[in-house]
Design a protein around this ligand. Sequence first.
Ligand SMILES: [Zn+2]
Length: 438
Amino acid sequence: MKLITAVFCTIVLSASLFAQVKPPTESVMGRFLRYVKIDTQSAEDQTTIPSTKKQLDLANLLAKELKDLGVQDVRISEFGIVYGMVPGNLTDNSKVPTIGFIAHMDTSPAVSGANVKVNIVKNYQGGDIILPADKTQIISVDKNPDLKNLIGDDIITADGTTLLGSDDKSGCAEIMTMIDILRNNSQIEHGNIAIAFTPDEEVGGGIDKFEIEKWGAKFAYTVDGEQLGDISNETWSARTATVTFHGKNTHPGTAKGILINSMYAAGAFLEAFKQAVPNRPETTEGREGFLHPYSAAMSEETSAIKILLRNFDINGLVAQEDAVKKVIADIQKRYPDVKIDYESKLGYLNMKEVLKDYPQLTDYAIEAAKRAGVIPEIRPIRGGTDGSNLTARGLPTPNLFTGGHNFHGKLEFNSRKGLEKSTDTLVNLVQIWAEKSK
Ligand SMILES: [Zn+2]
């Protein structure tokens, strides 16, 4: 009998607590649907940051909305980064570290993000989703096993002609709605929260201009991950190598005995590379690293091939460099007249190298997801995030899920539950930081 009373009390208590949480002034779905209509596609190989001016349209809107939500110190830097600070509501905010949240405003250069027309499959009942404006674009159950977890949810897609922009307008909408919920519910205790929205994440570069110290966060999270529950505290370590072949050009009419065509050595290198390096993007998955020649510029005088080196293990990266150098040595023997140079530069380091010293960042995120009814899963990212750069520069920054799927393509989607549960997780997370730091 006592037990039954206790259970009854718990149910009443949690139900009344739940009832006390007032909804945001605008739903996360409402915000998301507004943001995806703004074209913020970034562009490769630009000399300016942001790479495209149109990203500032969203930056200006987000800055205004932050101010309307009472966020302090809102500013847009000369590089289009939006910063702000949500003051804590504790008697002594200095006891809780300032936690930062970051989402990026741009969308991938790979697929157009202009004139996004949203398609909402209400109360999804299973089966493939055929996109309305291009019937060849199909989100199939086969290739999207997470669909089976979304029965009864409202699924949000584009119409098949553009990407959706869930990457990363979901993150923008979720962070903004978290702020809205906190403002409407002063009973939810939290420390200071630093907010940032960044341009040019998809093309790299924007994050180099991030003012870490001025922003004031001790730890941060990028809200830029995929399906519900995915938390990433590990990314590639990455280098980019350039192999340059120096030949000798002259007028082809009088070239006998003089011309040394660098392109033959470059072509031979690629062929030998393919034989010597089995780990390539098209042959690897999970925790396997790869080497990937991704661009080449060729002419008689000079040819250059650019190669991505990617590995979760820093020693693995060293071994990959050795593999490239070995192929170069073989080609150099076959083409003694062509001088071959190798150079490489570090892109970013696996954030695990730093985050292993701050396990609470991941632990609290796991707890926050669980409280939102989401099953957390730690998943290494076969790529880099803005957090890889920030972590390497001294601001530990793992990555949290947004509910999104199929980034950078026309089959991109998210769902109402995906957006809402991700937002709930953020609200829980700031609460947990306050609880644990007291
Ligand atoms: Zn992203």
